[in-house]
Design a protein around this ligand. Structure first.
Ligand code: GAP
Length: 569
């Protein structure tokens, strides 16, 4: 049965009804995080819009990813490519032929389902039963290509067919040489991209988890093949040398792992010239987990899943999925694949343009190797190339000849880079952050009576609104003027929500539901001087209210901005 080019999905138990998920979906709509696309026309399955709070949350997440993956590193640069590209790209990548899911039709209810998910999808006519259990007559599974097809230009014939990209990765491979030449990077280095991807999923489900239009944040990190590493460094480090199992990340001990000036890196995570693909792969798995920790998804909410050999996509040497414990099951947030030299090799063969690099270090090192070493490395390189070429259907004699020529390139300092790919979905991460943040607790209302409050405990870094600014009363011009001044002071540095409507307790609750970590209230003590505490008698102080525990501190206005900046960065 043809399988989707990307890794197969491992299905985990999903409760038929999920009360928590219902509450989350309802909150997302009520507070303007996520709406159904085209809702006024009845909606369109698998497409979602982000409302005012959702758009801010998404923007924060993408910016944090971008800053972490590119701007705070010397060895990664960015790319922003088009969504529609030459269809040849998708032939070379294998998507035209193999990016398929197995699909069955039910002749009884006319529904269409992913064949590998019929045990988890309720029958549309008898929702108490799963599609696999109901009595509807099903067709045999058949392959369904997930790419959305369109036409470029006015003539809608086969020569005008194009596809909406199903992943952002291929543009990076297609532009690899241009980026290499213009950025003056040297291997190992990466190219990062954030952007839309489209997949005509047979059964989009679990809210935004599996959508038909979504965004990806992908890094293609290009590394030297192991034979090249060994020629230059004399050895290839084992993965165990990277971490010794449980990496102590440099930044996990400090308060702000993704702060502007992270602490020094420990030697175990300092990339070394003798790192081969296994070491780099492990490094990126750890880097990505640290990223998630830094935005509030602690290790206890995540799982690492090392794919079994039989689960790997045909191009992958290894793949680790980072899974999040969603209310509907533990499911993939990100995949980190070691993609070998498959992609660049394919684009080289299909486009006829060289995707190889010249590495002066290799050329110099090779000339100093003894014959036995040269022979051993050439043999290994030839074998790897031969394996790839024969797998892609090149006939044996031609493949042997080509593989030998490729290995001969090593002496001249030439080779095709290998790739490690951390590939994350923005929308899945947004959903994970909302699920992780959702909390209900008891808090006293204005009269001291306990009431249930819904609160989104976002990490301040991702929170859509960082601070709510409020005058205690809206009919006191002095309070209002001061609060507006404060809003204008903070606004250039963070997203501020100004609110003067309703009782202060209600305003706090509204911000709790939006996930705003701080509220600042301008009250009579601001104007007249604090009544008690360390700042007693001082004017120009405000109440700083903390979302998670409702704690209220008295803070000088002059100290507010640095205090908030320290917490949100
Ligand atoms: N370039 C590799 C690649 O695209 P993938 O596992 O198919 O690999 C990577 O996708 C990530 O994109 C997934 O881990 C997931 O977060 C996100 N993703 C994939 N399909 C999705 C969908 N239909 N809806 C939402 N996110 C999706």
């Amino acid at each position: 049965m043809p399988v989707r080019l990307s890794k197969t999905v491992r299905l985990m138990a999903e409760p038929k009804e999920n009360v928590l998920m219902e509450k989350i979906v309802s909150l997302c709509k009520r507070r303007g995080f996520i709406f159904q696309s085209s809702e006024i026309y009845g909606g369109i399955n698998g497409f979602w819009d982000y409302g005012p709070l959702g758009a801010e949350l998404k923007r924060n997440v993408k910016e944090l990813w971008w800053n972490t993956m590119t701007r705070r590193r010397d060895d990664v640069v960015g790319l922003e490519a088009t969504i529609i590209m030459s269809p040849e790209i998708w032939k070379a990548s294998g998507h035209v032929d193999t990016f398929t899911d197995p699909m069955v039709d039910c002749k009884t209810c006319k529904g269409r389902f992913r064949a590998d998910q019929t045990g988890e999808i309720p029958c549309p006519q008898k929702p108490s039963k799963m599609v696999s259990e109901c009595h509807g007559e099903k067709t045999a599974p058949r392959a369904f290509n997930l790419m959305f097809q369109t036409y470029v230009g006015p003539v809608q014939d086969a020569s005008a067919i194009a596809y909406l990209r199903p992943e952002t990765a291929q543009a990076i491979f297609a532009q690899f040489k241009n980026v290499l030449e213009t950025s003056r990077q040297k291997l190992p280095f990466g190219i990062a991209q954030v952007g839309k991807a489209f997949r005509n999923e047979v059964t989009p489900r679990n809210f935004t988890f599996r959508s038909r239009e979504f965004e990806q944040m992908e890094l293609e990190f290009f590394i030297k093949p192991d034979e090249v590493v060994e020629a230059i460094s004399g050895r290839v480090a084992t993965a165990a040398e990277v971490s010794g199992g449980n990496i102590q990340h440099p930044t996990s001990n400090i308060q702000h792992p993704m702060g502007a000036a992270p602490g020094p890196r420990p030697p175990t995570l300092d990339p070394r010239p003798d790192w081969g693909w296994e070491a780099w792969h492990k490094y990126w798995v750890e880097e990505r987990i640290v990223f998630y920790e830094g935005i509030g998804l602690g290790r206890s909410t995540l799982e690492e899943y090392w794919q079994k050999p039989e689960e790997l996509a045909h191009y992958a040497r290894a793949c680790v999925d980072i899974l999040f414990k969603f209310p509907f099951g533990t499911q993939e947030l990100e995949g980190i694949a070691a993609r070998s030299d498959f992609d660049l090799s394919q684009h080289e063969r299909c486009s006829g343009k060289s995707m190889g690099v010249f590495d002066e270090e290799l050329r110099a090192a090779w000339s100093k190797l003894d014959d036995a070493k040269k022979e051993a490395l050439s043999r290994r390189y030839t074998e790897a190339r031969l394996k790839y070429l024969t797998k892609m259907g090149v006939d044996q004699a031609a493949a042997e000849q080509e593989a030998k020529e490729d290995a001969a390139g090593l002496a001249k300092g030439q080779y095709i880079p290998h790739v490690i790919e951390p590939s994350a979905g923005v929308d899945r991460l947004i959903l994970a952050l909302i699920c992780n943040a959702y909390s209900e607790d008891q808090m006293p209302d204005e009269k001291g009576k306990l009431e249930t409050r819904v609160v989104l405990k976002f990490h301040p870094r991702v929170a859509p609104v960082k601070v709510g600014v409020m005058p205690l009363l809206k009919n006191k011009p002095d309070l209002v003027a001061k609060a507006r001044q404060l809003r204008d002071l903070l606004r250039p540095h963070m997203n501020v929500f100004y609110d003067d409507a309703g009782a202060i307790g209600r305003r706090y609750r509204r911000q709790d539901e939006a996930g705003t970590p701080f509220c600042v209230t301008v009250d009579f003590e601001t104007l007249e001087g604090a009544k008690d505490g360390a700042l007693a008698g001082q004017k120009d102080t405000v109440t700083l209210r903390h979302r998670d525990d409702g704690r209220q501190d008295r803070v000088k206005i002059a100290e507010l901005l640095p205090l908030l900046l320290e917490k949100i960065r």
